[in-house]
Write a protein that binds this ligand. Structure first.
Ligand code: FEO
Ligand code: CA
Ligand code: CA
Ligand code: CA
Length: 605
């Protein structure tokens, strides 16, 4: 697509320069509106948000904290009515409560219960204004909050496992809540998958578990120490591993929410394995099965793929949704190994090898299929619940923090964001390899691969790095071969999305170049491949999450604006309400102002 020097459809806008503004900054000719903010009403009867008078009962009906993934599920062919599904990844109580009300050493029970209600997901009915362009949230019977008090059904091969049984749930099949829901994906059948990511931080007293096998399992998943920052363990013993060691194993899964059925019981899918799931995104295989890609977001962790046994039934009816959801309960779980084709040439500086690319081949190594384990010394049950340790046995590639992974609907390739890894090449840590070619990788990179025959059921693939991120003036960056003087600086890729034209959109978290985070577009084919352009930037202290890009709408989740402040006593951001207001995580819709007051098309002049 495109001709040299001609912007590719979908990316024809004036790039936003790097900045440190306390605002969402968008290109000339575009407009924006906040769709919904932390504390805004979701369910019927939600009271108006009052920063100084919060209650758990109110928060359980209001939009939760720290919006991350955003899924937009169209309800009509024009995309006017849409269900918005949003993850609420985590809480920071020092920002959520007035400084004179919150003592970090002694949170009140009500404050802890507010935090439980601020986690989870929201489902919100929205309508897009087809003339004006904005997306608006409205009251509706679809509107729903899922919190740490919502019952989940555990499904798949580890449902009922001895590792999942607790005194509150001797069946090992019913868990209250989901937490640290980072990114996710909309399934072809119109439900949402959401990844439980850094769940270790919520559990106290891992250090008091003395059984060596149990202690090693906890350690491999990052559970450590005595008390937690949030101190939830004081108000429910399930957060205390000394009392409920198996509660830890009930988080770290991919969950599925059916937004079309507000009465549905959400599901934890154990067949997809347990690790720090960033997200989960689906591609249908050539023979009609379901492949799910998921990254384990921690330094030196792995990339996984699940392929179902049964076949997908197209459609979004209640019957199709039930059938397809059940596909995620039986299949084969693989972990990825990447092999470079320029061995001996990777020196850690980011210098390209002689063949001009960081590239090579790869394979998917099976870990488990149904009740059959492929890993020596591990039962199938152990592979599902302690997936990281099982994967360690088969030499997968230790990656630089695998974040979002998504299939490109136009060219069929799979794209993964590897956000950063400042420990790459450090003493005692893994050194560089071709898929992770820089020591002290502060800016991250973006990987693409072609499954053999373009089939997501394949066990072999070819890969290459699309971007080696950072300052384009620096020698260690690479933008798909595109002239570097023309690209926007980009650092710490986190979430990815595609527009209808197949352009990749990347949101960033933790910009190591000193400016605010943002959303970037980049064509992946043709002469403009690698031409990164910044579409928007987010306010001070925030990361950019969730991107959704349609013909007429860009949605981003502005997560943790002002989080660089020590507490709410001295806010560093007043976005979105302005003045002296406290910052509030919010969803923002952006659209192009067209001629005669009509909405235009994103990235099309
Ligand atoms: Fe919650 Fe991997 O970002
Ligand atoms: Ca190479
Ligand atoms: Ca993320
Ligand atoms: Ca993040």
């Amino acid at each position: 697509p495109g001709r040299p020097g001609r912007p590719v459809p979908g990316t024809d806008f004036e790039a936003v320069p790097p900045n440190k503004l306390d605002a969402v900054t968008i290109p000339e000719g575009y407009d924006q509106r906040v769709v919904i903010r932390w504390g805004d009403a979701v369910e019927w009867g939600a009271p108006k948000f009052d920063f100084r008078k919060q209650t758990a009962a109110a928060q359980a009906k209001q939009f939760g904290y720290n919006n991350d993934f955003v899924g937009l599920i169209p309800q009509d062919p024009l995309g006017i009515g849409n269900l918005l599904v949003v993850n609420h990844e985590y809480t920071t109580e020092v920002h959520m409560f007035p400084a004179d009300q919150y003592d970090p050493a002694n949170p009140t029970e009500e404050q802890v219960k507010i935090a439980w209600a601020a986690h989870g997901l929201s489902v919100v009915q929205t309508f897009r204004d087809p003339i004006g362009g904005a997306l608006r949230a409205v009251p509706s019977p679809f509107n729903r909050r899922i919190t740490l008090n919502t019952a989940f059904e555990v499904r798949g091969p580890a449902a009922g496992s001895k590792f999942l049984k607790t005194s509150a749930d001797p069946t090992g099949r019913k868990v209250f809540g989901t937490q640290n829901n980072c990114a996710g994906g909309v399934t072809p059948w119109g439900t949402v998958l959401s990844g439980e990511e850094n769940v270790n931080q919520y559990f106290a007293n891992a250090a008091s578990v003395t059984d060596p096998v149990a202690a090693a399992r906890l350690k491999r998943y990052g559970f450590s120490g005595a008390g937690t920052t949030r101190k939830w363990e004081r108000f429910d013993k399930r957060w205390d591993l000394a009392q409920e060691p198996n509660e830890a194993n009930r988080f770290g899964w991919v969950v599925e929410i059916d937004p079309n059925d507000p009465n549905s019981t959400p599901v934890k899918h154990t067949a997809l394995g347990r690790f720090k799931h960033e997200a989960a995104n689906i591609k249908i295989t050539k023979d009609g099965r379901v492949a799910v890609y998921s990254g384990d977001d921690e330094r030196f962790e792995y990339i996984y793929k699940f392929v179902s046994k049964g076949k997908y039934k197209p459609g979004k009816s209640a019957y199709a949704r039930r059938h397809n959801s059940a596909l995620l309960d039986d299949g084969t779980l693989y972990v990825a190994r990447f092999t470079g084709d320029s061995p001996g040439e990777i020196d850690g500086t980011g210098k390209l090898p002689k063949d001009g690319e960081f590239d090579g081949v790869g394979e998917w190594i099976p870990l488990v299929s149904g009740d059959k384990s492929f890993v020596d010394g591990f039962t199938a049950e152990e592979v599902y619940v302690f997936t990281r340790q099982a994967a360690d046995k088969v030499q997968p590639t230790k990656m630089d923090r695998p974040e979002d992974i998504e299939p490109n609907p136009v060219n069929g390739r799979i794209y993964a964001a590897l956000t950063n890894n400042s420990d790459r090449g450090a003493a005692g840590k893994a050194g560089v390899d071709e898929p992770n070619p820089r020591v002290n990788n502060r800016n991250g990179h973006v990987l693409e691969w072609d499954e053999d025959r373009g089939d997501s059921a394949a066990t072999k693939f070819k890969w290459r790095l699309l971007l080696v991120c950072g300052d384009p003036k620096a020698a260690d960056t690479y933008f798909g071969g595109f002239p570097k003087e023309q690209v926007s600086p980009i650092s710490c890729p986190d979430n990815v999305a595609f527009d209808r034209h197949g352009n990749l959109w990347i949101s960033t978290d933790g910009n190591a170049l000193g400016s605010n985070d943002g959303l970037f577009s980049v064509p992946v084919d043709g002469p403009e491949r690698g031409h990164v352009k910044q579409f928007l930037s987010v306010p001070v202290g925030a990361e950019t999450c969730g991107p959704v890009v349609t013909d007429h709408l860009v949605l981003v989740a502005v997560q943790h604006p002002g989080e660089n402040a020590a507490s709410s006593a001295n806010p560093t951001s007043h976005w979105p309400d302005g003045g002296t207001a406290q910052p509030r995580p919010s969803i923002v819709s952006v659209w192009k102002k067209g001629r005669w007051g009509q909405v235009g098309r994103i990235g099309v002049k």
